[in-house]
Design a protein around this ligand. Structure first.
Ligand SMILES: [Cu+2]
Length: 167
């Protein structure tokens, strides 16, 4: 199990399983796509999951430049032209959210780290309650596949900066 405890940051998570249900019929397509991928791509790429054209990951809330009083906030995670599925579910055009806090993008061809700066939402959550200490912080989202590896091409949001005020 790769999950790291994040007692300070993570208070509450919400599920969004509805996104996943309609995609189950596409399991056969996944297998076909994998077979084609292995035959046509390089080694590294063949093992990574493709993302569809137009896939877009974005932070709904907070907005860039937001000032948060007290440090507790909801992060709302948005995804266009793909679906959110729990970790381990290998359906086409799906993945799960990862929130990057005060860090740059991870390696795009490897499993996303799991620590206080790389939060995995492997149950398919699309929002999370976090708490940050006073100061400036950056937030960024990146989608990972069923193995927690970014897609090809990678699907990530803009990095935003927020300010937490102590009060
Ligand atoms: Cu993950």
């Amino acid at each position: 199990m790769r999950r790291t405890r994040v007692p300070l940051l993570l208070i509450r998570r919400h599920l969004a399983q509805a996104h996943c249900g309609g995609l189950r019929t596409a399991v056969c397509a996944t297998l076909v796509a994998l077979c084609f991928g292995i035959g046509t791509g390089g080694v590294a790429r063949a093992e990574q999951t493709q993302s569809p054209p137009g896939a877009e990951e974005y932070i709904i809330w907070p907005s860039d430049g937001a000032v948060i009083h007290g440090g507790k906030l909801w992060v709302r995670m948005g995804l266009r032209n793909m679906g959110v599925c729990p970790k381990g579910v290998a359906l086409p055009n799906t993945g799960h959210h990862h929130l990057l806090i005060d860090t740059d993008l991870p390696a795009l061809d490897q499993e996303i780290p799991s620590d206080r700066q790389h939060l995995h939402f492997g149950a398919g959550e699309t929002d999370a309650r976090i708490e940050l200490p006073p100061g400036k912080h950056t937030l960024q989202l990146i989608l990972g596949d069923h193995h927690h590896v970014p897609h090809v091409p990678p699907v990530y949001s803009k990095k935003i900066t927020i300010t937490v005020l102590k009060d």
